[in-house]
Design a protein around this ligand. Structure first.
Ligand code: MRU
Length: 354
């Protein structure tokens, strides 16, 4: 499997399959299921992860609850919709794509409640449409953003924003990939992304498949490389962007933005319009997921902190809008003031969406 054809999720013969990302890079194992609770659990444990991909997976997972053989089929339609919605909404709180995708499949089910026999097919179409739209948005983001990377660019990126996170060619990683294909990119530094190592495990894996030269660094190395003039641009993804441009992304993003500001280096966020949340005014209102202490005190099965260590592990942070030079969307480059430019991007996306 090469990255240009990297498929991470799909529907086949009444089942959803997905790549279990917790096993990468060691093992490429596909899990196949017709059980919505297996999909919800996969999202919770980050076997499926990345803002766009968890939205796609939740839409397919919701659809599984409408298959003839599903245990959910015995529940009356309205409560089935509520139960499935709640199952997926409770998995992870920060990425808005999850909630937007769930609203779409819920609306699809309720608006066709008089055609219960057709619901499996209609919901599958909706889930597939969400997946296709995310793929298209990735292509547009890459096209719009790659021109911002000037010839000779040396980029640092954080977490994983490629096919594994989006089901398409990626957001920040799509921009990086297209800049490489255009000959503008010299090198990529990949933050390892503590504590779950999405950079070390997943971004390295994707960039190696693409043949893009990259170097893995610890998260705290980026600022030092900036001091040495060895990085000249930052591109990251997002899990939710508030109306004022404040951006929730993987923990460590804010520190990267502060370092970039100090060194006068452009800091770009690449995200589809499905990640823009105009209903949330500022970053202060974005719910931030806090994950279990075991992800800090254990490394794999090995304990690295003493028994009874108290640990605090927010999965995301919020980068204030004033540290962001531009948000690269599928509807163009949004620049400050973000209240206007992000609203315009959403409006443009609604014009073409069904
Ligand atoms: O906890 P994860 O791995 O789901 O976090 C993912 C990120 O923070 C990504 O940067 C974000 O979802 C953008 S993916 C295009």
């Amino acid at each position: 499997m090469t990255a240009s054809e990297l498929e991470v999720i799909g529907w086949s013969e009444g089942k959803l399959w997905f790549l279990d990302q917790t096993l990468l890079p060691g093992e490429e194992r596909r899990i196949e299921t017709d059980d919505p609770t297996v999909v919800a659990d996969a999202i919770r444990r980050l076997a499926i992860r990345g803002a766009p991909l968890i939205g796609i997976a939740a839409a397919f997972g919701f659809t599984l609850g409408f298959l003839a053989q599903s245990a959910f089929r015995n529940v009356p339609l309205r409560s089935r919709v509520e139960r499935l919605f709640t199952l997926f909404a409770a998995t992870r709180p920060t990425a808005v794509n999850l909630f937007k995708a769930l609203e779409r499949v819920k609306e699809c089910a309720l608006s066709h409640s008089d055609r219960e026999a057709d619901l499996e097919r209609l919901l599958l179409q909706e889930a597939q449409a969400i997946h296709e739209e995310e793929k298209t948005m990735c292509r547009e983001i890459a096209r719009n953003g790659s021109v911002l990377l000037l010839p000779g660019s040396v980029v640092v990126t954080h977490c994983n924003t490629g096919a594994l996170a989006t089901g398409g060619k990626g957001t920040a990683l799509g921009v990086i990939r297209e800049a490489w294909e255009r000959g503008a990119l010299r090198h990529v530094y990949i933050d390892e992304t503590r504590p779950l190592l999405q950079g070390a495990r997943l971004t390295t894996w994707e960039l190696q498949k693409l043949g893009i030269p990259s170097t893995l660094i610890t998260d705290s190395t980026a600022a030092f490389l900036m001091l040495q003039n060895r990085i000249n641009v930052v591109v990251v993804g997002a899990d939710r962007i508030a109306a004022n441009g404040d951006t929730a992304n993987k923990i460590g993003t804010y520190a990267l933005a502060l370092a970039a500001r100090h060194h006068g280096i452009p800091f770009y966020v690449a995200a589809p319009t499905s990640t823009l949340d105009l209903a949330t005014p500022t970053g202060k209102e974005i719910p931030i997921e806090v994950r279990g202490a075991e992800e800090l005190v254990l490394q794999g099965l090995r304990r690295v902190a003493p028994e009874h260590t108290e640990a605090y592990s927010p999965a995301f942070d919020v980068t204030p809008a004033d540290l962001i030079m531009a948000v690269i969307t599928d509807r163009g480059i949004a620049r400050p003031p973000y209240e206007q430019s992000l609203a315009a991007a959403v409006e443009a996306s609604e014009k073409v969406s069904p």
